[in-house]
Design a protein around this ligand. Structure first.
Ligand code: SER
Length: 320
């Protein structure tokens, strides 16, 4: 991999992943693809940026040619809750964007495509605890449907064209840099911001809702580990389960209370409850551990301490 294009580089994961990739592969070799969100100076000042909407094949093609791109990291996606409000929008960005990326990579004989999947591929019928790598995939959201189709497409391009396509099923990702938007797991991020800013949070899912989650440093580590893994050692390609931690909202709130004793939580479940209920409680990630050595660093308590410290400092500085 010599020149990497990150599509969706202003998103929750893309914004931090682009900076990490610049450290790993050289700043000038990682092009930040931006669709419409104004990029932060952190992105524009540390390396090249280009406007790229993956649903626009001609625009994608032009950027690939201009920079001699030989690897694409496709972080653009419409998440579960936004996808339920506008299913065709989710289909268009998630599917038409991905097929353009794969076709462009195939035609240019690229070295690699990384396109993430999600715990949203699971649904009713999937075992909820320690959800296996190989299991029933019957999602009930448009987001989940596009992620299952994306996994199948990725594996198809590996088998049919020998293209190196990789992907991992991210759990809910918690971070303190860029807010997530339109996901069901967003409560696990918002709770920390509101704990710091207001000392209270109203949660849109019930207290016993338990989902697999991961702190951003582990998400970045997993993504880069998979990108660097030896292709010949991979038995799976586009669908690795990756786990780190699993907690209920009640456990999360109690953990925050350890450090902010006056923190209070209340519950007003909405349509996202049904989405959360259709996803696993915890994930069996033994395939990722065996095939590319996956091991997370953060548990709930270590994440909470870091989140509260970083957000506390940002709040004092008037940034949030
Ligand atoms: N975080 C995503 C969502 O909640 C799941 O991949 O939609």
């Amino acid at each position: 991999m010599k020149k990497i294009l990150v599509i969706g580089s202003t998103g929750q994961i893309g914004s931090e992943l682009t900076l990490e990739l610049r450290k790993e592969f050289g700043a000038e070799n990682v092009i930040a693809g931006i669709r419409k969100t104004a990029p932060s100076p952190k992105l524009t000042e540390t390396g090249p940026c280009e406007v790229v909407d993956a649903t626009d094949r001609a625009q994608l093609e032009a950027v690939v040619k201009k920079h001699n791109i030989d690897a694409i990291v496709n972080m653009a996606a419409i998440l579960s809750a936004t996808g339920e409000k506008d299913p065709m929008y989710a289909w268009n960005v998630n599917m038409n964007g991905l097929i353009n990326v794969l076709e462009c990579a195939r035609e240019h004989k690229m070295a690699q495509v990384l396109t993430p999947s999600s715990i949203a591929v699971f649904g009713p019928g999937t075992p909820l605890d320690n959800t296996p790598q190989e299991t029933i995939l019957r999602p009930t959201t448009m987001y989940g449907i596009t992620k299952v189709a994306g996994e199948l497409l990725g594996d198809y391009y590996v088998r049919k064209y020998g293209l190196d396509v990789r992907g991992l099923r991210y759990p809910g990702i918690i971070s303190n840099e860029t807010l997530p938007g339109g996901g069901t797991t967003d409560y696990a991020v918002a709770i920390y911001y509101d704990a710091i800013k207001y000392g209270r949070y109203t949660c849109f899912v019930k207290e016993d809702t338990r989902l697999p989650m991961m702190y951003m440093p582990d998400c970045l580590k997993a993504t880069i580990m998979l990108m660097k893994a030896d292709f010949n050692k991979l038995k799976h390609h586009s669908d690795f389960n990756v786990g780190a931690m699993s907690f209920s909202v009640k456990e999360l709130a109690e953990n925050i209370k350890k450090y902010i004793p006056h923190f209070e939580i209340s519950y007003e479940p909405d349509f996202r409850q049904a989405i959360a209920d259709s996803w696993p409680n915890s994930i069996d990630d033994s395939a990722a551990r065996e095939e590319w050595g996956w091991k997370p660093d953060y548990d709930l308590d270590a994440m909470t301490r870091d989140m509260l410290q970083v957000l506390g400092e940002k709040h004092k500085a008037g940034l949030i």
